[in-house]
Design a binder for this molecule. Structure first.
Ligand code: BES
Ligand code: MN
Ligand code: ZN
Length: 501
């Protein structure tokens, strides 16, 4: 897809389609009014006859509108003008893109980016439009023998900005939106890949591909032999029941001063989580291929970062592993020695993510990180608490937590903070080891983070639980590409890159 920005009046556009908004009830947006005037009331006539009310998401495609240079005009219902908010804006863009794709317009000039969205500037509207478009056009069909593609797909879209003065802002928004979408697509592609293909070695391959593509990215792979030497007893235990070797991929992006301490992103990369000996029930178990969503998100954020070439040092860690039941598998009751030296009594082999992450979190101490953010499909409890809308955020460092909440607010990739008070720590007490891997009844997301907090004392740390947000179930099953947008926004903010006006 090709994106650009322009500042012009609608009647002067010569395109396959121009897209303008109509508000409820039957009220023309400024640009729609301009078209109406030039076409001598053609559009207002249609509205008067009741063809379009202007309800959010309504579409009316017109051909051969009098005196208009473009072949088509797409009227898009935008709801009540005063109520147009961020979510509606994105939805309207998505519907528009789907309609354009189905109706054979291969290019379009879109004026929806000029609509007033409460509290949002041109930068935001254009960037969101680019991201929403790319999200809409994504499909994962590389494993289908017969691919369904639109006959005349949308190839080129121009977003209009109100004044010429805003063109540079719009261009920056397109560039950022494209880079983020590239990262999101990388995340989706690897997350959607089935677990018989996407194993820890496959994750490592994707990391190496990034290093081949960008000269300031280097990749190292930590294999089981190396983990053994490092004493990563907890990580190794989880992978012991699998034929696929556990592999931890270290992706180093060097864009900042050599002395600058890196930001470290650690992703849970369970390429399949069967639960192990504490086997999961069969229903929807296929979705546990998405248990590497954290690693996919980190890979995607690294890709976006490399596209943006931000002046930062960032290290991405993909903690690849597979949790399977087997004669050699670890069991409930086992006591493991973690890389930190702390011992853990395993009470449930399905609480494996924290066992992999804890050793990865100890491993990254060697980088003397400025801060560490881990990303994980860690707990079903997070889905109960926040559903599919918000990522769970837990942190022992308030400034870092606020930075991430800000980034989520700016990017529309939402997160909500849960407490991490010491009161919860006692739920991990064990009679036989330093602590257990199971928090018992209540606050499962918090006790999982409590577990991790015992391995993150040496740096500023935040944890993102993406169990509810990384993928969609049901008819529209698939990776969402979250939280690539939030993470990239965080990095953009850290780099001090100017965004809006
Ligand atoms: N990967 C799962 C968490 C999960 C479950 C994410 C469902 C999304 C949807 C994790 O490894 C797990 O199994 N967690 C257990 C922890 C429990 C045994 C303490 C859970 O949430 O049930
Ligand atoms: Mn599990
Ligand atoms: Zn898991």
């Amino acid at each position: 897809m090709e994106f650009s920005v322009k500042s012009g009046s609608p009647e002067k556009q010569r395109s396959a389609c121009i897209v303008v908004g109509v508000f409820e009830p039957r009220r023309l947006s400024t640009t729609a009014e301009q078209l109406d005037e030039i076409s001598e009331g053609y559009i207002s006539n249609l509205l008067r006859r009741g063809d379009l009310e202007g309800k959010s998401g309504q579409m009316l495609l017109l051909h051969n509108v009098p005196n208009i240079l473009s072949e088509r005009v797409l009227l898009v219902g935008c709801g009540k003008e005063r109520e147009l908010d961020e979510r509606q804006y994105r939805q309207i863009i998505s519907k528009t893109i789907n309609t354009l794709n189905e109706t054979g317009s291969m290019e379009a000039v879109c004026f929806l980016s000029e609509l007033h969205v409460k509290g949002r500037d041109t930068y935001w509207k254009v960037r969101q439009a680019v991201e929403a478009t790319q999200d809409c056009l994504y499909s994962f069909n590389s494993l289908k023998t017969r691919k369904e593609e639109p006959r005349r797909p949308l190839r080129k879209i121009v977003f209009n900005v109100p004044t010429r003065r805003e063109l540079p802002i719009g261009e920056r928004a397109v560039a950022h939106g494209l880079a983020i979408s590239t990262g999101i697509n990388t995340c989706k592609n690897v997350a959607n890949m089935p677990p018989n293909i996407c194993n820890p070695a496959y994750l490592a391959e994707q990391a190496k591909k990034l290093a081949e593509q960008y000269s300031n990215i280097k990749v190292e792979i930590v294999d089981e032999a190396e983990m053994e030497r490092l004493g990563m007893g907890s990580y190794l235990a989880v992978g012991r029941g699998s034929k696929n070797e556990s592999l931890m991929s270290i992706i180093k992006y060097n864009g900042g001063d050599d002395e600058a301490n890196p930001i470290v992103l650690v992703g849970k990369g369970l390429t399949f989580d069967s639960g192990g000996i504490s086997l999961k029930p069969g229903e929807a178990m296929d979705e546990m291929k998405y248990d590497m969503g954290g690693a996919a998100g980190v890979l995607g954020a690294m890709h976006a970062l490399a596209e943006l070439q931000l002046p930062l040092n960032v290290i991405g860690v993909l903690a690849g592993c597979e949790n399977m039941p087997d004669a050699n598998a670890y069991r409930p009751g086992d006591i493991l020695t973690t890389m930190s030296g702390q011992t853990v009594e395993v009470l449930n082999t399905d609480a494996e993510g924290r066992l992999v992450l804890c050793d990865a979190l100890t491993y990254v101490e060697r980088f003397e990180p400025e801060s560490v953010i881990d990303v994980a499909t860690l707990t079903g409890a997070c889905v109960v608490a926040l559903g599919k809308h918000a990522t769970g955020l837990l942190s022992t460092h308030n400034p870092l937590a606020h930075e991430l909440l800000n980034a989520s607010e700016q990017s529309g990739d939402r997160a909500w903070r849960l407490p991490l008070w010491d009161d919860y720590q006692e739920q991990l007490e064990s009679p036989f080891a330093d602590f257990t891997n199971l928090g018992g009844k209540g606050a499962g997301t918090i006790t999982a983070a409590c577990f991790l907090s015992r391995f993150t004392k040496k740096y500023h740390w935040a944890h993102l639980d993406i169990a509810g947000t990384a993928w969609r179930s049901g008819a529209n099953k698939g990776s969402t590409g979250r939280p690539v947008s939030m993470l990239t926004q965080f990095l953009l903010n850290r780099s001090g890159q100017e965004q809006g006006e």
